[in-house]
Design a protein around this ligand. Sequence first.
Ligand SMILES: *Cc1c(COP(=O)(O)O)cnc(C)c1O
Length: 438
Amino acid sequence: MGSEKAKTDFRYDTGEARVPWAAIGENLNIDDLESIIKFIIPSGEDEFAYNQQMANVREEIKKLIGKGRLVSKLSMGSQVQALEKEVKKMLEVKHACFVTNATAGFEIGLKLSGLKPGDEVIAPAITFLSTITYPLQIGARVVLADVDPVTLNIDPRDIERKITKRTKAIMPVHIGGYPCDMDSIMKLAEKNDIMVVEDAAHAFGGSYHGKAVGTIGDFGSYSFHEVKNINSFGEGGIVVTNSEYGEQFASSRFGGFDISNPIDKWLYDVVALKGKGDHYSMAGNHSSTEIQAVVLLNQLKRLSGILKTRRQNAEFLNRQFEKIEEILPCPLDTDKIKGTYHLYLFQLDHRKLKGDIQVFKAKMNERGIIQIPHFAPLYRFSYMKQLGYDTESIRKTCPIAEEAFLHKFTHLPLYPLTEEQLSYMADSIIECVKEMKK
Ligand SMILES: *Cc1c(COP(=O)(O)O)cnc(C)c1O
């Protein structure tokens, strides 16, 4: 067992020596475990009964430790490997790398795409701020493309208009979990020799023409943050690729050092990442923990059930809204396109109404529904202006995104709502829209 470990991580166990080198600090103990359980299952009303039960749990854990042993490997070990293996199998993809979050995955994909300062990256106007974090960090130029009015995903026709000689990457975002028009995007990318890094933060488990969403571009990155359909203990991401660049994944996540390779005579090397066009960049540290992998491995088993419930909720809402002509239907699955129903895309035909989505949201808030802001076009945030972008000009090139944000769309939740909650939401929506009729 020692020599097996020596090949996986030199920091923790160097093999058969009588005093093996093991650069580990304090192990977990029973107090740590009790704190974790108390954190995950905090006391309810009856604190006395809770404390009594916790004392029982502590006794049982003590007995359990007597029968087993406490783990010492907490970061980047067999569980992370098992997770990556499972994800590769599920998605039928060659390489998968578990990292701190989806944003770190975009960074790795863009580094391996050879992105450098001055290169251009095309991303949709409507997305979460982190799609473009890495390009902005290194001084690459972000070009925002307009969106499709039905799906609010990036519009390939606007990508085509905005491609230049300096375009290095396109970042399609499968917003709400509904797949982008990847056929058109990949055609443009191939024709112009541009890399595609999919923001599949919402889209783990979706498919497009028989392929897993996130595995169609050169890279794709999924989020397992606590708000997504499934999570890895609050934070996490997985970056995937079918390309040979995936061979650098192991070193791309930990400072250029591949801890899974055996080290001969303690002589080891640290490498920079070699991106497309032989551009080198420095790897960051995006390592994740074993406990995160354990949780995600478990949630993967529940994924198909979770997606099924969410799909049924979306279908229910579409049926409820069928007869209301001022509500545009949310795009659902087709034979070739399967979404993940992370969010329900709700759009109003505001020209047929008095007032728009802002009025609608105020009315909904009065009924105790949807109190969150919806995704805003990125040119509206200060960061782009502060970094020197002419956001006013960008806005003019994205009229659909602007109109949708101001007047037409919001996202509704689809998490396992109770039947009562779902019906209340649907009924309230219909009431609000009727109040807004001209
Ligand atoms: C959540 C989200 C991300 C970022 O995911 P992290 O795992 O938190 O980095 C990226 N893009 C979109 C569209 C998101 O909603």
